[in-house]
Design a protein. Structure first.
Length: 669
């Protein structure tokens, strides 16, 4: 076999295994063997770059090269569907359809309504050439590189009968399993969670890093072949079955329905059966099967008349309130939480639901022992949406917000201008101290491994530490004889503490738990003030000059450093050698030479990485944007800049500069 033949054969085998695994859910090979085939192909392709093919399965792992997205106009606009919320409304729609075609039999196709993000795929001569998001319906983003990483989407069509140029539409979804894994990971890294698989799918498709997209485990179901192309059959259903034979994932829930009874049965069935599905659905879609009849009915400005969506009701459960507890956060903010008799809701057991603040709790007017309605509505965090007032026992009292801290008994104070109550006892209230230590060691702050809530509580109770500053005076013998601290965990903690001396100053500022100072604000403050001494002594007016710092945060910063306990704590950090200033070059690199300028980065660079260029742009007051438009001021171009981008920049007359010119421009040369 020549290398070319071997490469072709490997690509073919891998594509077939991919299809069995991702489309048919019937793997034909073990993971290890699959990886070995892929490795072998990667090796061969590396040795023979002349046989490179953008559709090779090796491209499915994504590359780290980020490209902004080009805007692409849809050949046929991507419309939405009109919604219905009851069997009666669907029946009425079916009645209208029948009335429009008197004397004809009208067959309806029932489908699941996938809750993800719409996508349009274009194939030329059987090869995937483009994938475009819905966008505003008229034009969307070209996300081909990301979509190629979705293994259930064929890069090369199978079988026969597909038109020379094929457009097929469907939904990119994030299966529950991937969604839960992603959110667990984000929780671990203390990144904001995705509220539902729809947002996660939409956010992932628009990531600038295809490798990260590949890692997140998206899937895609196809459900529509726009009219106007040469399709093998004259019904939607038959064409979709043909699409399945071309390699696409077409849901097996797609069914032909001939009567109103069958439609009603279909709704009844999926209203509950949808809970067993591996992906999120938010309803059903009914479509006229015959393409001729579809054409007959046509479109309104927004949606086809030949289709309708039936939306599932948000899942709601009713359960008894056991009691209301009040959580104390690290900043002392009190959150009311309804503790419930466990109830099953969209596949998970709900025991607690936050009521956020006193105002929301008061508007719900919850009484002891009430039956409460809990809803999930596609979100992961359940919320209390109401009370079954009729089930209320006579003589029960309304649950009142606490007036004193449930942890330390201090009278609460109202946070100015907000609905929140706060415990002002910063240094005598256990959950606040513990919360601050937990935050200090968290990944995005000082990243000290091995310390969770329980460890912190043990450390506080055994007086190993009284604040985060004390972490730096821990010695191995201090852990001796304290349960929960074996030699392994002790080592991990001490190593983590030692390594945290390398953490840059901006993250130290974030780690301190200054009210209102999150990660981004901490960065801006650190860059502006350069060092801790300045930060500790800067008056409020000067703090307010920093981007993102308003009068409120400025006052909080001043108050924070006015507290002797905080100053003492910072002294301990300083003594231990924690970073107390920005590194020299970073601080001096700051300028406003790019103030107000929008800059697109494209291609590969030799002097700095793309991420470094992004940071340099921001450090100098500019804005890095992903796609070229009239508003773009410069394109910073490296090697291999995409031809389409180059063309667009030229058309719009936007200056294209290379890295040397760019560095000269900001005075770094
Ligand atoms: S058909 C011209 N079928 O729902 C009709 N759409 O609210 C094209 N969707 O934008 C759409 N599942 O993103 C169709 N089985 C299905 C669907 C579906 C989910 C989405 C799609 C569309 C939105 C309309």
């Amino acid at each position: 076999m020549t290398p070319k033949e071997k490469i072709d054969s490997l690509r073919d085998q891998i594509n077939r295994h991919n299809h069995s695994y991702y489309v048919e859910n019937a793997p034909t090979i073990g993971d290890r063997e699959f990886d070995m085939l892929l490795k072998e192909l990667e090796e061969l392709e590396k040795q023979h770059p002349e046989f490179d093919d953008p559709l090779s399965p090796t491209h499915r792992v994504g590359s780290d090269l980020t490209e902004g997205f080009e805007q692409v106009r849809h050949l046929y606009p991507m419309l939405s569907l009109s919604n219905t919320y009851s069997v009666e409304e669907v029946d009425a729609w079916a009645g209208r359809v029948r009335a429009a075609m008197p004397g004809e039999h009208v067959c309806i196709v029932g489908e699941l309504k996938f809750d993800g993000t719409g996508i349009s795929l274009i194939y030329e001569h059987g090869r995937l050439v483009r994938a475009v998001t819905r966008g505003d319906g008229e034009q969307g983003d070209d996300v081909t590189a990301n979509v190629k990483t979705i293994r259930s989407i064929p890069l090369q069509l199978h079988g026969t009968g597909w038109p020379e140029r094929l457009e097929i539409r469907g939904e990119i979804v994030m299966p529950w399993a991937s969604f839960e894994r992603l959110n667990a990971e984000r929780a671990f890294n203390e990144e904001p969670l995705f509220a539902n698989p729809r947002n996660a799918a939409a956010g992932t498709v628009k990531l600038l890093n295809p490798r990260e997209v590949a890692r997140r485990g998206l899937d895609a179901y196809l459900y529509y072949l726009p009219g106007g192309q040469e399709l093998p059959y004259d019904t939607h259903y038959d064409n979709m079955m043909a699409a399945r034979s071309w390699g696409f994932k077409v849901s097996s829930a797609m069914t032909r329905l001939d009567t109103l009874e069958q439609i009603d049965e279909y709704i009844n069935h999926w209203d509950t059966a949808r809970r067993e599905l591996p992906v999120a659905t938010d309803g059903l879609v009914f479509k006229v099967d015959s393409l001729r009849q579809q054409l007959n009915m046509g479109f309104t400005a927004k949606s086809p008349r030949w289709a309708v969506a039936y939306k599932f009701a948000a899942e709601r459960a009713c359960t008894r309130l056991r009691f209301v507890s009040f959580d104390v956060g690290r900043m002392g903010i009190i959150t009311p939480v309804a503790n419930l008799e466990p109830v099953l809701l969209s596949g998970t057991t709900v025991k607690r639901a936050s009521m956020h603040n006193e105002d929301i709790m008061r508007s719900l007017d919850i009484h002891e022992g009430d039956m409460l309605y809990v809803e999930k509505g596609g979100e992961i965090i359940p919320k209390i949406v109401g009370v079954d007032a009729e089930a209320r026992q006579p003589g029960t009292e309304a649950v009142r917000f606490v007036s004193h801290c449930p942890a330390c008994g201090t009278p609460l104070v109202r946070v100015e201008g907000e609905a929140a109550w706060m415990c002002p006892n910063k240094w005598g209230c256990m959950p606040q101290i513990a919360g601050r230590i937990e935050h200090f060691v968290s990944r995005r702050a000082m990243n000290i491994d091995g310390i969770g809530r329980e460890t912190v509580m043990t450390m506080l109770q055994t007086r190993m530490v009284a604040d985060y500053g004390d972490l730096y005076s821990l010695t191995p013998d201090r852990f001796n004889g304290i349960s929960g601290f074996g030699p392994g965990i002790t080592r991990r903690i001490l190593d983590g503490v030692a390594a945290s001396l390398q953490v840059p100053f901006d993250r130290v500022v974030y780690a301190l738990s200054i009210p209102g100072v999150g990660e981004t604000t901490a960065k801006k403050i650190a860059r502006a003030v350069h060092d801790m001494d300045t930060l500790m002594t800067l008056p409020a007016e000067q703090l307010e000059a920093i981007e993102d710092v308003g009068p409120r945060i400025a006052a909080d910063i001043v108050a924070f450093f006015a507290q002797p306990a905080n100053r003492l704590c910072i002294d301990k950090l300083r003594q231990a050698g924690v970073s107390m200033a920005m590194p020299e070059q970073d601080a001096s690199a700051l300028s406003d030479r790019l103030a107000g300028k929008s800059i697109v980065i494209s291609g590969v660079f030799s002097r700095h990485s793309r991420d470094e260029y992004k940071a340099i742009i921001e450090n100098n007051g500019g804005k890095n944007v992903s796609s070229i438009s009239k508003k773009t001021d410069y394109v910073l171009a490296g090697e291999n800049m995409g031809p389409a981008k180059l063309e667009k920049a030229r058309q719009l007359g936007i200056p294209i500069i290379d890295e040397n010119e760019f560095l000269a421009m900001i005075g770094a040369e």
